[in-house]
Structure formats: structure tokens, C-alpha cells
Design a protein around this ligand. Sequence first.
Ligand SMILES: [Ca+2]
Length: 184
Amino acid sequence: MKILNFFIVAFLLFSASLKSQNLVTNGDFSEMNGSKLANWSPSGPSSKVTCTLDESIFRSAPRAVKIVGDSVGWRGWRNSEIQVEAGKTYNISFYAKANSLGKGTRIGISFTLKNASNENIGKPVFPIIFNEGGSFDWKLMEAEYTIPEGGAKIVALCVRLDPTKAATPDQTVWYDDVKVELKK
Ligand SMILES: [Ca+2]
């Protein structure tokens, strides 16, 4: 029986090692650092778009992030840097829920790529953009992205709300379970 238990444990460890690791620290928004969200901070130029935490609406307990805005100018929640390897492909994903998004308002994720010398490579990348407006319940959005030559880290990974002029008041997006995983 002991030998059988050993094989079961060994198999479980092996299975766990096959799963991709989420490179986004605190991607499920579960960890706090005092009164602030660990590893994430509000970011962006708009003073009329607000970033808050929501502990009543979430996909995974105990919370999700919420962004509300009705004016032009984006704002979002920004993560700290992620080490990546040039030439490798990564799966980028998150769950989003939305209320009353105006026509043309963009939600999604953006980041900047840097090389090992901390210099930007190209322009900011928008691997996932949704701009069809409306309201919807938790929905998985995902994309693959291959790191170009010289790329060493992803910085300013940001889940965001970019309202347009035609936006409706109180348009809201929630994000949860943000992941960047090496594609196997
Ligand atoms: Ca969560």
C-alpha cells in the first residue's frame, strides 16, 4: 500500500509540473498589501475614470477589480513586470464582465515590451481589445503573443477601460483571473 501511495504522490507531482505557471503575480486579485492591492496599482491619465476593488462581484473570491467611467481618457489596473523569453509564445487571458459599455468604448489589456537594458521595444502592445459595447456576464478573453527578438520583460501590463465620447454614463468593466502563461 505504501508503494502504491508513493506512485500516486509521484504522479500528482508530475501532473502539477505539466501545468503552466501563471506569470502574473496576484492575477486573481486575492492578495492585499495593507489596504492596497498587492502588485497592482491604478494607472492612466483620466480623472473621470475610477479604479476600485469589488468584493461582492468577482469570478474568484474574494474580489475582482472594477473600473467605471463616462469620459474620454483611459484608466486601468497595472501589474508589475514579468520576465519573458524572446521567441517564446505566451497565452494571455482574463475574465471580464461589463455593464452598459458605450459604442466604441474599448476594454482589454495592454503592455510595453522592454529589452534586458530596460529600453522599450516598439509601441505598446494591445493583444486583446473588445469594443463591441453592451453588457455581458463573466467572459474569457484570450490571445497568444510571441515575444519578438530582444524582448526580455513585459512591463505595465494593464487591464483597462478606454471610454469614447459617445459613451454612456456609469459604464463599468470588472476584471478577474488575469494570466500570462508560457505556451507548451
Ligand atoms: Ca478574484
